[in-house]
Design a protein around this ligand. Structure first.
Ligand SMILES: Nc1ncnc2c1ncn2[C@@H]1O[C@H](COP(=O)(O)OP(=O)(O)OP(=O)(O)O)[C@@H](O)[C@H]1O
Ligand SMILES: [Mg+2]
Length: 408
């Protein structure tokens, strides 16, 4: 049976899943585009934001084609944990990625022996070649990497390449580890700063959670001058509306004005939540075409179990108590301090009070779990959007259960 396209659900919630319509990021794309016009690269880019704000899809879906249309080569991938455990692994990662570009090129290397001139044998610049080249260079790891990438730049220039973007997602996992004497982050910063000064047109684009930039600055203070930060947040109401309505154009099912407003309010403009609620609503409309309202309560419950619950399950009871306290704060969606948590814990029945020492010991663990981060003002914030609301809902359900229990 042929599928009726007008009834296919176009929405796509999921990490890195391209949306049916990427709404509201024109300013960021145009700002990024200006960095591609630098003759000598002085500024690199950090694309940061909470979970699900659309960093990956913006990078893959807009920045990459923009760079390619301006004559830049685009290389990169995910910085998985293991890529960043050691300096050596970092170099392997970078050279593996760049070799996708260089391996199409050859250089004449070996000449005939015994004094007879013969045709030079072309040598392909694949990963093995680059790695041997790297290992043959003198100096420390950063020196070897610099020499290798300087050589690669000459190859790129000879092929009239405008520049090369090294784009890495999930870059917040990068870490210098003093205890192991491994400084991959420092090697990365040092290498590219030096190459850029020499006129090699390499641009670094790092994407990740808001913990990323402080880590870079901690590694090398000059990182502050090397990077411009682009922060992705919620979509404004007009862009949210476009993200909701454009994908259903020409479809048998469209949202009512009331439905659109409800989706904007519940998602608070966060792209992942928009995709999620729209997909669920669309499926609901297919089955119940006569219904005008959106079953927002059951969709929110599904969102809680699909998106938030997994993160909640990893916490101990005491950590959950701490987050209950944070969620009780009126400004919990923005930022909070250790003192705020201590104060509010005094007024919540059923929770053992927190001392400042308790809180400052527990927060780093939640940072490690990717739930909280420390902002530039030294205050704490949730890394997951609308996490406070989720906790509030949990609290309410708990209260309701408690009431039922008491009544029994
Ligand atoms: N501008 C946008 N318009 C519409 N939908 C979007 C937009 N940006 C992202 N989305 C959707 O939101 C979801 C999350 O996007 P993405 O995975 O890029 O977020 P992220 O910031 O990389 O998240 P994470 O920090 O978890 O990696 C995807 O389903 C994507 O299709
Ligand atoms: Mg991502």
């Amino acid at each position: 049976m042929a599928q009726d396209k007008s009834a296919v659900n176009p929405f796509s919630p999921g990490a890195g899943h391209p949306p049916p319509f990427l709404a509201g990021r024109d300013q960021e794309v145009s700002d990024f585009s200006k960095f591609l016009d630098q003759d000598t690269v002085m500024r690199n880019v950090i694309l940061t934001g909470l979970r699900g704000t659309g960093k990956t899809v913006l990078m893959d879906g807009k920045y990459k084609p923009e760079a390619q249309s301006k004559g830049w080569v685009w290389v990169g991938s995910d910085f998985s944990e293991s890529s960043f455990l050691s300096e050596n692994k970092l170099c392997k990662r970078l050279l593996t990625d760049i070799s996708v570009f260089t391996s199409n090129a050859t250089i004449p290397t070996s000449y005939g022996t015994l004094g007879f001139a013969s045709e030079p044998t072309p040598q392909r610049l694949d990963f093995n070649f680059l790695w041997q080249f790297f290992e043959a260079q003198p100096g420390l790891t950063a020196d070897k990497l610099k020499s290798t990438l300087e050589f690669v730049w000459k190859v790129a220039e000879a092929r009239s390449v405008r520049g090369i973007v090294f784009a890495y997602d999930e870059a917040q996992v990068v870490q210098d580890r003093e205890s192991k004497e491994e400084y991959p982050l420092a090697v990365l910063l040092e290498t590219f700063q030096s190459l850029q000064r020499k006129g090699c047109r390499y641009l670094i684009l790092l994407t990740g959670l808001p913990t990323l930039f402080p880590k870079l600055v901690e590694s090398r203070t000059y990182a502050e001058r090397m990077f411009t930060i682009q922060e992705l947040g919620r979509l404004n109401p007009d862009a949210s509306r476009e993200a909701i309505t454009v994908p259903t154009k020409g479809s048998r099912f469209t949202f009512t004005e009331h439905g659109i407003n409800q989706i904007i309010k519940t998602s608070d403009g966060y792209p992942y939540f928009i995709q999620f609620i729209c997909r669920e609503t669309f499926d609901h409309l297919k089955v119940n075409p006569q219904e005008l309202s959106i079953p927002i309560d059951s969709i929110t419950r599904k969102l809680d179990s699909d998106f938030f619950a997994g993160r909640w399950e990893t916490l101990t009871d005491r950590q959950r108590d701490l987050l209950y306290c944070v969620a009780k704060l009126p400004e919990s969606e923005n930022e909070f301090s250790i003192g705020d948590v201590v104060d509010v814990s005094k007024s919540i029945p059923g929770i053992k009070r927190f001392t400042p020492g308790d809180v400052s010991q527990m927060l780093p663990r939640m940072i490690d779990k990717g739930l909280v981060y420390k902002n530039r003002l030294g205050k704490y914030c949730f890394s997951v959007p609308l996490f406070g609301r989720f906790i509030q809902r949990k609290l309410e359900r708990k209260d309701q259960q408690q009431t039922l229990f008491d009544a029994d």
